[in-house]
Ligand binder design. Sequence first.
Ligand code: UTP
Length: 303
Amino acid sequence: MTQKVRKAVLPVAGLGTRFLPATKATPKEMLTVVDKPIIQYVVEEALEAGIEEFVFVTGRGKSAIENHFDKPYELIDMLEKKGKLKELASVTDILPKDTKLFYTRQGAPLGLGHAIYQAKSVIGDEPFAVLLPDDIIYDDSENALSKMIEIHDRTNSNVVLTMDVPKERTQNYGVLDIQNEKVDNGCVKAHGFVEKPAPENAPSTLAVTGRYVFNASIFDEIEKTTPGYGGEIQLTDAMDSLLEKEDFYGYILKGERFDCGDKFGFQQANLYFALKDEFIGPKLKNYIEKISAEKIFTDLKSA
Ligand code: UTP
């Protein structure tokens, strides 16, 4: 019998240098997409997939994340007295009552593998999910993490979320080597991971994105991993050595993925969710149409 995936690790100890100066005093994960911090989208996605316990791997200057998920007693009291019920719900209903949150520190940002390892004692011997809060993953019709957990339940194997990227962009991602495996119901067996391959060397166009379901055995592999790319303990290296012992599957994302650690991806996310918002969506659409017709924007060359 496979163990149920009910815990998730969210590594939030990175420095967010691509977003300076915004991230000088504010954690990148707390930047706002429309009216919620990025991290809240990611936690909501995990809750929807059945996650009950969260382990945040934090670092210096990240206390705003803890505060965001804490109970703001003074604010609650004030909103109750003023009868501001909608606002009250927006600060009190973030998490179901029985959700457990744990915070552990990564002393120095020594890499994603090192960050995940800090959660080892809280995770214990259970399978668990990892969600990189840089990525907002969204699909109206299915929750990709739920699908990944279903694959784990069925196979007892490790699962990564992948997305099909244009061939010329493979050097920005970890890429799956699927050899001659066929995609079945959005799921494909992985035979290897290649970090940032040039297009001519890329074994596929399936890029690893920020969602994973691991067996606890990944911790043994991280423990043995020596510093790799950028002098950091890389999660991909640990995954590659685990692949020699256990199966890995890729689940192909059908919906949207916004890389909110990047300025362009962050703006895309804001536009997408703002346009979906019933109050500001219509106004924003009109505004976009208006400014798109203005000379300064029609002169812009496409990327
Ligand atoms: P990134 O490399 O995208 O995040 O790591 P970063 O280092 O904060 O960003 P830049 O490149 O400087 O702008 C992906 C995720 O892994 C976490 C980050 O917080 C981010 O959520 N991470 C990365 C850690 O928790 N610890 C690390 O040592 C590295």
